[in-house]
Design a protein around this ligand. Structure first.
Ligand SMILES: CC(C)(COP(=O)(O)OP(=O)(O)OC[C@H]1O[C@@H](n2cnc3c(N)ncnc32)[C@H](O)[C@@H]1OP(=O)(O)O)[C@@H](O)C(=O)NCCC(=O)NCCS
Length: 167
């Protein structure tokens, strides 16, 4: 993710969440040195289809944000990005990935469970909600010694494989 990507990122973000990250939060993530990725079509690196932000340290990776543009959802892009993040975290020596997800976010929970994450806790009132607060599920995936699993069905999506997810 580059500063030039931020307008596309913030546009997707604001259309995806009741309480979206602000431009300043994305800028802060870049400044802090978090791993900030965008996924784009190979022939148009300025067309942001999705993005993810992770924070890595002390042998663990924390997934802070993963979002796919509405018009390209259900095409396998989030699964592909998650696989990319797992490989990257593993390559950086992480033993596990952690994340929080709203307990009512069924699509995201399904995505994570399908990728092998398990819920290990609950953070009460973690998120602001339209009325009051909403709990977060704390989920984790611990890498096994044989990772990556050769039988894992994670595949790049088609027909528009986002070849670029490297900045
Ligand atoms: C959650 C999100 C990232 C999924 O992105 P996506 O590219 O559509 O997901 P994929 O196509 O890769 O789907 C992978 C798996 O996730 C699950 N999934 C994704 N969307 C789903 C939905 N709407 N309903 C049920 N399961 C869903 C399915 O298990 C799916 O596998 P399948 O297609 O073989 O059934 C996307 O819906 C999104 O950006 N939502 C808003 C932002 C958000 O909630 N981010 C997560 C914050 S914790």
């Amino acid at each position: 993710m580059l500063p030039a990507d931020l307008s596309g990122v913030v546009s997707i973000e604001s259309g995806s969440y009741s309480h979206p990250w602000s431009l300043r939060q994305f800028e802060g993530s870049l400044t802090a040195g978090h791993d900030c990725h965008v996924a784009c079509p190979a022939d148009d690196p300025q067309d942001v289809l999705g993005y993810a932000v992770t924070m890595t340290g002390a042998g663990e990776c924390h997934l802070l944000n993963i979002t796919v543009r509405r018009d390209v959802r259900r095409g396998g892009l989030a699964r592909w990005m998650l696989a990319h993040l797992m490989d990257s975290a593993r390559a950086q020596g992480c033993q596990a990935i952690w994340l929080e997800v709203r307990e009512g976010n069924a699509p995201a929970i399904a995505l994570y469970e399908r990728a092998g994450f398990v819920a290990v806790g609950r953070r009460r009132g973690y998120y602001p909600a339209l009325r009051g607060r909403e709990d977060a599920l704390l989920m984790t995936l611990t890498f096994s010694a044989e990772w990556p699993r050769t039988t894992d069905p994670l595949q790049p999506p088609s027909p528009h494989p986002p070849d670029a997810m490297d900045h």
